[in-house]
Design a protein around this ligand. Structure first.
Ligand code: 9YT
Length: 136
């Protein structure tokens, strides 16, 4: 069994910060669960363009308020505590935080750890083949 606390993750390589958010990766690909699980804090007043072209992500809001706008249909989804949104269509979207938001995020396939959005809002896909090539 794996037991891990947020305090253990803070300040390690599993703690990834950008100008708009900080993500603590509690479970990663190397943990072998088939998904990754993160606590993400999104900073108030920020807007982040995101496109998980290679991943499905579900996001459960535990604190704060904001919205997701899907692209290109411009549909606005208000986000508040107790609400989950699932990007089941690899939806391109904007994430806007009105207040500080604390989100629990699950990724399938799992993230490996250090991913931040590239210029297209995308995280790279790490396959077994790519990971083996990188290790060799
Ligand atoms: C909600 C969202 O996707 N925020 C960006 C960070 C991401 N959750 C992550 O890498 O943990």
């Amino acid at each position: 069994m794996i037991l891990r606390s947020l305090d253990e993750v803070k300040g390690t390589s599993r703690d990834v910060e950008t100008p708009n958010w900080v993500s603590r990766r509690l479970l990663l690909r190397s943990d072998g669960m088939g998904f990754s699980l993160h606590e993400t804090t999104v900073y108030p007043g920020t807007e982040t363009y995101i496109w998980y072209a290679n991943h499905l992500e579900a996001v459960y809001c535990v604190e704060g308020e904001g919205e997701v706008e899907t692209i290109p249909d411009k549909k606005i989804y208000p986000i508040r505590p107790g609400v989950v949104y699932a990007l089941d269509q690899n939806d391109k979207h904007y994430l806007r935080a009105r207040t500080k938001m604390r989100l629990v995020c699950v990724f399938n396939p799992p993230l490996t750890g250090r991913e931040v959005h590239d210029e297209n809002g995308v995280y790279p896909l790490v396959t077994d083949e790519a990971a083996a090539a990188r290790a060799s």
